[in-house]
Design a protein around this ligand. Structure first.
Ligand code: LLP
Length: 422
């Protein structure tokens, strides 16, 4: 459920008309709903009620500080994957003891940065990284809290580009090596073992792969505890999917996920950490765009928008489906036509939807891509020297620009012309 609904025929974000934002900000832009963000965070929090738990929002999904602050005010921690994300989280006021540092390759500078400023734990992805962390921490005379990411070799049954839990994926260490690696870690200077980590993929639409992986995690927890390790925390990663509108069946709700977590891991006396990204912010954001041109090809109708693949790359990159709806509901009474909905970028991949049946579109119509809050703005680029589009946040009847559209001068002036070309 989200807070983008029609009122008297106009699409609203909470109590603000989307057309009004468009008139003020100009298209294209992203808009997020505070109420939806809050609702989704609370769904997870309630689902894990009764378990000692920490929700570390995977800020890679949408990292604007207004979003981080909204979640931070509810008690959220953050899952970060770079020094840049760490700095952003700190700048948004997230306490360092609630920040988990994940990611397959961390530089020595990043390790040093977080050790200097504080961290909840490093999620370690390889033996080589473990050594790097050990050497930086011991050179600083400090202890690095760590969990080692296990690759459980489970098929997440999701798009291959976002499946991370199979043996052939680059993530984590093989389960079969876990005992040895933990034994080594325990002997390393500067290393403080606090738990175990895993994350098997994103946009999972059923619980079975989670349950399989968590069962393996439960078994490993008992073994490592018997080996004498201090396993007090289990990081379950993120991955719970959201309905985009093209799924065979609705993805499980956080409540069902929470029940399963309690069943499989509840008896282990460990704090449970989860790292949801998409489920928190996916349905809390839409991308608003306007129709530039309509063109009838030999055997296709093209609706050309002012948004492009550089603004929302998910359809081009993962063949992702996003619902595209009119801002003015009366347009939904127009006759249906079939469109390829495309952007203005010079490649055929710049296609948001192929042969989509929609109500007839005309120039200057406003449309919204639903469920564009996660992996939308954060994955955008300036390809074709198209400025990054603004982000707007709504809270009841107020809205505010939370990232402004840069000027062309700002973009162009970043280039440096070498002396010899002047
Ligand atoms: N934790 C780790 C270690 C992750 O790698 C990810 C996502 C998450 C948590 C959050 O997963 P979520 O709850 O959002 O599924 N750009 C792709 C998704 C990439 C996901 C990468 N890792 C997309 O647009 O579908």
């Amino acid at each position: 459920m989200d807070h983008f609904n029609y009122r008297n025929g106009h699409l609203y974000a909470e109590d603000v008309s989307v057309a009004e934002i468009a008139a003020s900000v100009g298209t294209p832009f992203y808009v997020y709903s505070t109420a939806t963000l809050v609702r989704h965070f609370k769904l997870f929090d309630d689902a894990l009620d009764g378990l000692d738990h920490c929700i570390c929002y995977a800020m890679k999904a949408a990292s604007n500080q207004a979003i981080l602050k909204t979640l931070g005010n509810l008690g959220a921690g953050m899952d970060v994957v770079s020094g840049g994300e760490y700095r952003r989280a700190i700048s948004a006021g997230i306490p360092s003891e609630k920040i988990v540092f994940s990611g397959v390759g961390k530089t020595l500078e990043e390790i040093k940065l977080v050790l200097q400023n504080g961290i909840r734990q490093f999620n370690v992805e390889s033996e080589s990284e473990l050594k790097h962390i050990s050497s930086v921490a011991s050179s600083m005379n400090t202890l690095a809290p760590i969990a080692i990411r296990i690759n459980p070799d489970v098929d997440a049954q999701t798009h291959e580009k976002i499946a991370t839990g199979k043996a052939e994926n680059k993530f984590g260490i093989p389960l079969s090596r876990a005992r040895d690696v933990y034994a080594d870690a325990a002997k390393m200077p500067g290393i403080d073992i606090v738990g175990i980590d895993l994350h098997i993929g994103s946009q999972l639409t059923n619980l079975e792969p989670f349950e399989k992986a968590y069962q393996k995690l439960a078994d490993l927890t008992q073994i490592l505890k018997q080996d004498g390790h201090k396993i007090t925390r289990l990081d379950l990663g993120g991955g719970l999917g959201i309905p985009y509108g093209s799924e065979q069946s609705a993805p499980p709700l956080p409540l069902e996920y929470g029940k399963m977590v309690k069943k499989v891991l509840g008896h282990l006396d460990c704090e449970i950490e989860i790292e949801p990204g998409r489920l928190i912010v996916g349905n809390a954001g839409i991308l608003v765009s306007s129709v530039l041109c309509i063109k009838s090809g030999e055997n296709r109708n093209f609706a050309i928008l002012d948004a492009a693949m550089n603004d929302l790359i998910r359809p081009a990159m993962y063949e992702a489906y996003h619902d595209i709806v009119p801002i003015e509901q009366q347009n939904a009474s127009r006759a249906e036509k079939v469109y390829d909905v495309v952007g203005p970028v010079c490649e055929t991949g710049d296609t948001f939807a192929k042969e989509r049946r929609m109500n007839e579109l005309f120039e200057n119509d406003l449309v919204a891509f639903r469920s564009a809050g996660a992996y939308g703005a954060v994955m955008s680029s300036e390809y074709n020297t198209r400025p990054l589009i603004p982000e707007v946040m709504v809270n009841k009847d107020r809205f505010s620009i939370i990232r402004k559209r840069p000027s062309y001068t700002e973009i162009i002036d970043r280039d440096i012309i070498p002396e010899w070309l002047k």
